[in-house]
Write a protein that binds this ligand. Structure first.
Ligand code: TXA
Ligand code: MG
Length: 327
């Protein structure tokens, strides 16, 4: 089994694997990443191969210090301000790429820009430091499927195709980082995450554009692909549930009924997961992918998801659920 507990010795081994062009699944505060040396073309190619990821979809480069960002990208004053406030953390910046970045062309899908993230997870940061190179790390799952928030999820998805899976427990935030295009004067959100538009506007004291809602501005390749999909259908804003359907609840289930009669509280425990009984959106984000996986079994016809308020982190949750429900 490729899953190992995190110790000094296993971290050293992981760094050695990266240096030799291998693949290591590492925990981050958002989701598990499939990491490799971003400067090594063959290694990056292998990441795309293992994930079945289309070559048009560029990956995020992970660093553990600001100086390392300067080596691969042009850091504008606006980017510096965002970094000062949100890094290390669950935010990725798309920046103009340096010509001499040394990055494999596959990382950036031939674009003039590069997506960079400085994670807060200490295991990820140690691995980046010990590897001595920037790490390309897309989520550690087969492209298009539910993102992994535990080492077990990684193993279930990728098995022995990964040289090592570092077991760093469940991810803290549970949703991929917010991706922000910082190549111009006004930041544009390309992927929603726990760092919200209001958050950014508040800190920057100026306008931040929503590039996800404005679908005319598609600069994030792969933005519109089907994503996060369970193997069984998923329907949103459910007000009741069929007897052979799983329920992904949010908040109180007091008023949820079974279509053929009866209360959902009578359903077997394995047919229901509640993202947050108290209606806490951050708790729901942490649980979303894990609970979707729990309910994604052929025992059920589909997954019915209760309404989630479209505010704050709820915007990111609804975005993931909408993509998961695409046919
Ligand atoms: O939380 C995360 O960001 C996780 C963890 C492992 O760090 N990583 C992750 O990577 O979600 P990935 O490869 O699954 O998602 C990368 C996202 C995609 O939406 C991609 O289109 C966008 O970032 N992206 C990457 N490079 C870009 C670029 N140069 N311009 C625009 N979008 C870019
Ligand atoms: Mg992904």
């Amino acid at each position: 089994m490729a899953i190992v507990s995190v110790r000094d010795q296993t971290l050293k081994q992981a760094a050695q694997i990266i240096k030799e062009g291998g693949l290591v699944a590492m925990p981050t505060e958002t989701v598990y990443g499939l990491a490799c040396n971003a400067l090594n073309e063959a290694a990056v190619q292998n990441v795309f191969l293992v994930k079945g990821r289309p070559a048009i979809n560029p990956v995020i480069i992970h660093v553990s210090a600001l100086v390392d960002v300067h080596k691969i990208a042009h850091v504008t004053p606006l980017a510096q301000k965002i970094a000062a406030h949100f890094w290390p953390g669950a935010l990725t910046m798309v920046l103009p790429r340096r010509d001499n970045s040394g990055l494999s062309a596959l990382c950036t899908a031939g674009l003039e820009t590069v997506a960079v993230r400085f994670p807060s997870n200490t295991i990820a940061r140690k691995l980046i430091q010990m590897s001595g190179v920037p790490l390309a790390a897309p989520s550690a799952n087969i492209s298009g499927t539910i993102s992994p928030t535990s080492p077990r999820h990684v193993f279930d998805s990728l098995g022995d195709k990964v040289d090592m899976i570092l077991a760093g427990g469940a991810c803290e935030t549970g949703l991929e980082s917010t991706v922000v295009d910082v190549t111009g004067d006004i930041p544009i959100i390309l992927r929603y995450g726990v760092v919200t538009q209001e958050h950014l506007e508040h800190v920057l004291g100026g306008e931040v554009q929503d590039g996800v809602a404005q679908t005319t501005h598609i600069t994030s390749p792969g933005q519109l692909l089907k994503h996060y999909a369970p193997t069984i259908p998923l329907r949103r804003n459910a007000v009741d549930v069929a007897p052979d359907e799983a329920l992904l609840a949010f908040g109180s289930i007091k008023f949820m009924g079974i279509i053929t009669g009866g209360a959902v509280s009578d359903l077997p425990a394995d047919q229901i997961r509640n993202l947050s009984e108290s209606g806490d959106l951050e708790e729901a984000a942490k649980n979303l992918f894990s609970y979707m996986r729990d309910l994604d079994t052929s025992k059920f016809k589909s997954i019915a998801v209760m309404n989630i308020p479209n505010e704050g982190v709820g915007v990111a949750l609804n975005d993931r659920l909408l993509r998961a429900s695409q046919k």
